[in-house]
Each structure stands twice: as structure tokens, then as C-alpha cells.
Design a protein around this ligand. Structure first.
Ligand SMILES: [Zn+2]
Length: 430
């Protein structure tokens, strides 16, 4: 079995390259309070029309220029109030973010920066045919999936978290899913995201079905197209099992989740957002319980492992930790033998992978380093410390919201010893 996540698995597009483009950096606070969006999606023409009101936390601005990224095929109709600002959509410039290659910088220069709150109205429209992540985001007749990968809305991964509300208009036969609470009223879809997140994902299809699960701790909704109804129900059982483990091991959360079983287009991945998982549909015939379980356990683990930079080698803190958590969940459900098969597989497949750290300074490492070699290092750390102590370390790292390898190693040294830190660090550098 192969983890189909490849490059894009995870994530959060958090904090990023130290680049000249980041005009406004965060002072530890979120820059955008909310997006209020009226959106029309036209699947036949592969186009969208949007009117968006963006509420800024202007007190978190440290200069007068806002920088967003928006898909290059879109055209700005207006940005207002125009006596308070000017703008420039730089279609010739590149986007520095790995996951948003077809986005272009949209600079908005504010004339007054002394207000605490400001609302900017942006109207734009255009095609969304050429989406950077091939089939992970798309706008077609059969399947619509729009999130920050497609840069369908003005977005900067460095501007923190926000809430949103959307009025969505789409041809009647489509069912809509995505992040947030979704309902249909008078022919329009209303989507409300009432806690802060860092993406807006909308999905739609004429064939989308839905089941819901609710108990005292969890609220889980599964949306699916091709999967059999029984498979969707099994997914709920798996979800409960996995969440229970992670809540025990790491720290406990009460959550609502929407899981969408996305169609198996080639070259696409699964991804996690707060309260939301887009999960790749298994290939018929090759699907086994464990394939789905592993994918789900990996994506859920990102609810605990997702704060590190995804644009360079530090991404191992997201991916290797999520992958090893998922192997631990496999051990609980399927036993030691299957777990060891995975360890052996990863031992073999990572033989030629570059080190987890110390490789090409700021570059991203290979798939095998992040998904095989990093998890193996964690496995060896577990053997060194013993399971109980190892889980205690994971819990602490979570509590401290550690997002860099330096912080991780320092914390490990505090919790264990200088010797253990060195052993682990040596393995990461090998
Ligand atoms: Zn991942």
C-alpha cells in the first residue's frame, strides 16, 4: 500500500519562507477577522464570480501594505473603498508558496492605517481551469473542490486564522460540502465557519451523499460519492477509534469533523484542515480496511501535528509525527505484526533518503525522508524511552505547541537527558 498523499498531504500553509514578499508579517495576532462572501460557481464554464467583504484587524498591521495571493486567471472588478486604498494585481510575479503555484500577488495599499477595524470590498471573477495542484482542487461539471490551493479567494498563509460566511449560488442539482456549517435556504447555500481556521474549502457535486454521527464527544459528518454506504459507516467507527486514541495520548479535544471521501482522481492527495478532512477514495479492489484506516489516522493526526513550516525541511514535524501517530494507531487496532511490517517497509524504503535535518538548509526534503525516515526516528526514540515515556514526551510537545526542531530537541533534553537528545539528534542528521 502506498500513502497517496505525496507532496501535499497535510496541512496548514502556515508561516513561510522568509521572503521579501511578506510585506506585513504577523505580530502574533491574526490580521483578518473574517471573510463575508457572495459566490457564484458556474461549473459548465469553469468560472466563478465573487463579492467579498474582508474585515481586517487593522491594529495588527505593521505597515500600510496588504499582500494577498489570488489565482492568475481571475480578474479584479473593483476594490473599495477606493478613496481609502489603491491596489495592484501583479500577474507577472510568482507566488512563493509551494502549494499555490498559480496564484499571483495582489497588493492593497491602505491610505489610512489608524483605524482599528477596516472593511475592504473586493469584486472579482474569472475562470478557474488551470489549478496548480492538478486534481486536488478543480472546478469541473462532475467535481468541484476549491480551497487555498486554487487561490480562489484573496489569501495569505501568513495572515493567520479567520472565520467566514458564504452565500453560495450554484445550479440546483448540486450538493455542497466543505469546511463549516452548511445548509440550503431558498435555493442558496449558506456556509458558516464560526471558529477561526486558515482555509476556505468548498466542494460540490451532483452525486454527493451524506451521513451524520453524533454522541456526547464527537460530531462526525461523512460526505461521499463513490463509496458504498457501508464503507461510510465503517469510516465513522474508525474515526471514533482513532480520535479516542489521540485524545488519550496527546491532549483531549471535543471536535466536530466533516470528512469528505473525495473521488480518486490521479495525482491527488488527502489533506487536513481544522475540523475537516478531504480523504482520497480508495481504489476499488485495492481497498482494504487498513488502507482507509491508515489514511484517516494520518489525516486526523494533523489535528495535533500541523504547526510547523510546510515550505522547508521542518515539515517533518508535521508529516513524520502524523505518520508515526498513525502507525501507533495501526498497532492498537491491527496488532504488533502489522505494525512491524510497516516498520520494516519504512526501514527498507528510507535506505537512500537524505537526513531529516541538516539537508540543504531551507529546502523541503523528499517524501521518503518525511514519511519513512522521520517516523522511523520516532520509532527508535520510542524504543529508547519506552512507550509510556515516549507518549508523555509527545503530550508535552503538543502542550507547548512546538513548531521547530530546535525547540523539539531542547524540550526532549529537558524531559529526558542530554544523552537521549544526542542519540535522537544524531539519527535525524544521518
Ligand atoms: Zn500529512
Amino acid at each position: 500500500m502506498r500513502d497517496t498523499n505525496k507532496e501535499f498531504c497535510s496541512i496548514i500553509l502556515m508561516v513561510a519562507l522568509l521572503n521579501a514578499l511578506s510585506i506585513n508579517t504577523l505580530k502574533g495576532n491574526d490580521l483578518i477577522n473574517s471573510y463575508d462572501i457572495y459566490l457564484e460557481i458556474n461549473p459548465k464554464n469553469q468560472s466563478i464570480t465573487a463579492e467579498l467583504s474582508l474585515e481586517l484587524n487593522q491594529s495588527n498591521l505593521d505597515n500600510d501594505t496588504l499582500l494577498f495571493f489570488l489565482h492568475k486567471e481571475l480578474s479584479i472588478i473593483s476594490i473599495e473603498p477606493n478613496h481609502d486604498l489603491s491596489f495592484n494585481f501583479l500577474k507577472e510575479e510568482e507566488c512563493p508558496y509551494f502549494y499555490m503555484r498559480n496564484a499571483r500577488p495582489l497588493k492593497i495599499i491602505l491610505k489610512q492605517t489608524n483605524k482599528t477595524k477596516a472593511i475592504i470590498h473586493i469584486k472579482y471573477q474569472g475562470l478557474l481551469k488551470d489549478i496548480a495542484w492538478g486534481t486536488t482542487n478543480m472546478l469541473t461539471n462532475n467535481w468541484i473542490e476549491l480551497g487555498n490551493y486554487s487561490a480562489w479567494f484573496p489569501y495569505n498563509p501568513e495572515y493567520g486564522n479567520f472565520s467566514y460566511s458564504i452565500q453560495l449560488v450554484i445550479e440546483d442539482r448540486y450538493n455542497v460540502s466543505g469546511m463549516g456549517k452548511i445548509k440550503k435556504r431558498d435555493g442558496k447555500w449558506e456556509i458558516i465557519q464560526d471558529y477561526p481556521v486558515n482555509d476556505i474549502v468548498i466542494m460540490a457535486s451532483r452525486e454527493l451523499k451524506s451521513i451524520n454521527y453524533l454522541d456526547e464527544q464527537y460530531q462526525i459528518r461523512i460526505d461521499y460519492i463513490l463509496a458504498k454506504d457501508e464503507k461510510a459507516k465503517e469510516l465513522i467507527e474508525d474515526a471514533k477509534f482513532i480520535l479516542q486514541l489521540y485524545n488519550d495520548w496527546f491532549f483531549s479535544k471535543k471536535e466536530k469533523y466533516t470528512i469528505v471521501f473525495v473521488p480518486p482522481f490521479p495525482d491527488r492527495g488527502s489533506y487536513f484542515r481544522k475540523g475537516f478532512i478531504a480523504m482520497l477514495q480508495p481504489v476499488p479492489g485495492l481497498e482494504s480496511d487498513i488502507t482507509t484506516f491508515k489514511l484517516l489516522a494520518h489525516e486526523f493526526a494533523h489535528d495535533w501535528w500541523s504547526g510547523a513550516n510546510t515550505n522547508n525541511w521542518e515539515d517533518w514535524l508535521n508529516e513524520s509525527f502524523a505518520e508515526y501517530s498513525c502507525l501507533m494507531a495501526i498497532r492498537e487496532k491491527y496488532g504488533n505484526e502489522i505494525f512491524n511490517d510497516w516498520i520494516n517497509y519504512k526501514t527498507y524504503s528510507s535506505k537512500f533518503a537524505e537526513p531529516v535535518i541538516g539537508h540543504m538548509d531551507n529546502k523541503r526534503t523528499s517524501y521518503s525522508t518525511r514519511y519513512d525516515k522521520g517516523p522511523l526516528a520516532l520509532y527508535h526514540l520510542e524504543i529508547l524511552l519506552g512507550k509510556e515515556k515516549f507518549i508523555g514526551v509527545l503530550k508535552k510537545i503538543n502542550e507547548r505547541k512546538i513548531t521547530t526542531t530546535d525547540e523539539l530537541l531542547n524540550e526532549l533534553e529537558k524531559l529526558t537527558s542530554q544523552k537521549d537528545r544526542k542519540l535522537f539528534e544524531d539519527e535525524l542528521r544521518r
